[in-house]
Design a protein around this ligand. Structure first.
Ligand SMILES: [Zn+2]
Length: 205
């Protein structure tokens, strides 16, 4: 077990001091419905503000997640395992901070252990902790890599995110089928071409 760390990137999306009440949030949804041109009191829409608030609790649950805590529990009995650990094709659902519409894609997360490893599901949970916030893909990619790097202190970390942005596929320039790819390589993945190539081959790029 490692000692509790302060993570410089963990709370980059700092929360406002006073959170509005649930009633205020639901009222805001009614305002948007009226502004879009519909009647929030008609039968089909009457429960919509409540459903939207519930959905927001899921979409943005990452603000309550602590990546340091998620990564804290590590295992040191690895029998000297010192090869790449890769979790591939982690489904990712986020929301773009400019339009608040979905970013849907996958993340590939790898690290090169240094004496300790973490439960593999924890890598997926770290992705989720940052994805379930208002995001831009570049920042999310860096946050996932930095968190693993700072808490696990491995020999290297590599993160690739491939995602479609609905603000681009359903509006604006309207380009369906376009995905954005971002990557963050640290330590051996950045400095050692062999390690980097091995990782890219493993994720099939
Ligand atoms: Zn956007």
């Amino acid at each position: 077990m490692t000692t509790k760390k302060h993570l410089t990137v963990a709370n980059a999306g700092s929360q406002p001091a006073s959170r509005p009440t649930r009633a205020q949030a639901e009222e805001a949804v009614r305002t948007l419905i009226r502004w879009a041109g519909d009647d929030p009191t008609r039968e089909g829409l009457v429960d919509t503000p409540k459903r939207v608030a519930n959905a927001y609790e899921e979409f943005f649950s990452g603000y309550d997640a602590d990546p340091v805590e998620i990564l804290q529990r590590t295992f040191e009995e690895t029998d000297g395992y010192d090869e790449i650990v890769l979790l591939k094709d982690i489904r990712l659902e986020s929301h773009c901070e400019h339009h608040m519409v979905p970013i849907i894609g996958v993340a590939h997360v790898a690290y090169l252990p240094h004496r300790r490893v973490v439960g593999i599901s924890k890598l997926a949970r770290v992705v989720e902790a940052y994805a379930k916030r208002l995001q831009i893909q570049e920042k999310m990619t860096a946050q996932v890599a930095n968190a693993i790097n700072e808490v696990l202190e491995p020999k290297g970390v590599a993160v690739i995110i491939e995602a479609a942005h609905q603000c681009m596929t359903t509006r604006g320039v309207n380009k369906p089928g376009v995905t954005m790819v971002t990557s963050r390589m640290l330590g051996a993945f950045r400095d050692d071409p062999t390690t980097r190539r091995e990782f890219l081959a493993m994720v099939g790029r």
